[in-house]
Write a protein that binds this ligand. Structure first.
Ligand code: SAM
Ligand code: DTB
Ligand code: SF4
Length: 372
């Protein structure tokens, strides 16, 4: 196996990054703030090259996982997250809605599948689910699974027992974001602690479900807070399988409505560093795409993002229209990642296919062969 060594020297700190061609780069859980700062300080092109190299060692660089979101309970949330249009603490003019009926949720899931989504994410504006709501969300998970979609939920904090109930129902992913660094956290949320979030992630992990956890960039945080967030995520005992990187959607009526815009290149740097720190995770270019140009999104994919939310609405705010995304995919030669049901026989077949693909793979994307 051929190894490549890349050297970078920033502010007196030498970094030696080893890439093994054709195999996964190492997953580490001991990233220091200093090392991650050094990645952020790399010249933009060097950072993107490293991120692309890690991306290509672990994923098909032209495949993007596609998820659709649905708000199953909207607004009047008791939490005070300063970014959130659904918090009951701020007047954002949002129409509140009670928990959606199971049949309605399944109808929406069916539509998402018909549009080409492979995962259906259901979100509720709760501090945590109540016991009376659990049977309904369990029915939703079972129904969406029966449609052949991957399932994800984000319902706030979970107890051990609630995580087990969801895992038993077949929930694949639970989304619970760390949102920002431990230091900046209490400037953004006071009603639930960072430790509460880490505890929920542990309950999700213990139940056997996969974790989706990331954060928001552009809330007025400092560079060191972006580093702090990514270090927290990467150094979890097991890295999240899915890492949503949201760019703040500024909503009128929230305390963050007038926060300064983030430099788009700084946002791309966050994607690239997330890719390098969490080489085997799907990094999702999450909220905020409505404000991004096609070129900025293409750069995010180049930096290692390989998942998006698809469909004209996130939970309560707009997202690009589905046809716009498919046009962008076509222009960039990207393909939606197909869901693979992992029964033993199928898994073996997909493994053989993956090996075949590896044998035939080219290191760089050949645009001329993608014109079909
Ligand atoms: N209520 C649940 C919770 O917070 O755990 C689940 C839903 S909540 C809307 C899920 C995530 O959406 C938040 O953790 C936050 O990272 C993201 N989010 C909410 N409002 C946002 C905004 N205006 N811009 C970007 N991301 C946002
Ligand atoms: C995540 O990290 N981003 C999604 C999902 N997880 C649930 C939510 C984005 C919400 C953006 C604001 C809204 O539409 O209400
Ligand atoms: Fe509630 Fe979630 Fe919004 Fe926070 S982010 S206010 S917990 S819906």
């Amino acid at each position: 196996m051929k190894n490549n060594l890349y050297f970078a020297s920033i502010a007196g700190l030498s970094l030696e990054i080893e890439m093994r061609n054709g195999s996964n780069s190492e997953v580490r859980h001991d990233w220091s703030m200093k090392e991650v700062r050094a990645l952020f300080d790399l010249p933009f092109n060097d950072l993107l090259f490293q991120a692309q190299t890690v991306h290509r060692a672990n994923f098909d660089p032209n495949e993007v996982q596609v998820s659709t979101l649905l708000s199953i309970k909207t607004g009047a949330c008791p939490e005070d997250c300063k970014y959130c249009p659904q918090s009951g603490h701020y007047n954002t003019g949002l129409a509140k809605e009670k928990l959606m009926q199971v049949e309605k949720v399944l109808e929406k899931a069916k539509q998402a599948k018909e549009k080409g989504s492979s995962r259906f994410c259901m979100g509720a504006a709760w501090k945590h689910p109540s016991e009376k709501d659990m049977p309904y969300v369990v029915e939703m998970v079972k129904g969406v699974r029966e449609l052949g979609l991957e399932t994800c939920m984000t319902l706030g904090m979970l107890s051990d027992d609630q995580a087990s109930q969801l895992a038993d129902a077949g929930l694949d992913y639970y989304n619970h974001n760390l949102d920002t660094s431990p230091d900046f956290y209490d400037k953004i949320i006071t009603t639930r602690s960072y430790q509460d979030r880490l505890d929920t992630l542990q309950h999700v992990r213990d139940s056997g479900m996969k974790i989706c956890s990331g954060g928001i960039i552009g809330m007025g945080e400092k560079a060191t807070d972006r580093i702090g967030l990514l270090v927290q995520l990467a150094n979890l005992p097991q890295q999240p399988e899915s890492v949503p990187i949201n760019m703040l959607v500024k909503v009128k009526g929230t305390p963050l409505e007038n926060v300064e815009n983030i430099d788009p290149f700084d946002f791309i740097r966050c994607i690239a560093v997330a890719r390098i720190l969490m080489p085997e995770s799907h990094v999702r270019l999450s909220a905020g795409r409505e404000e991004m140009s096609d070129e900025m999104q293409a750069m995010a994919f180049m930096a290692g993002a390989n998942s998006i939310f698809y469909g004209e609405c996130l939970l309560t705010t707009p997202n690009p229209e589905a046809h716009e995304d498919m046009q962008l995919f076509k222009r960039l030669g990207l393909r939606p990642e197909q869901r693979i049901e992992k029964t033993d026989d199928e898994q073996e077949a997909s493994l053989n296919q993956a090996i075949q693909k590896e044998q035939n793979s080219h290191r760089f994307y050949d645009a001329s062969s993608a014109q079909h």
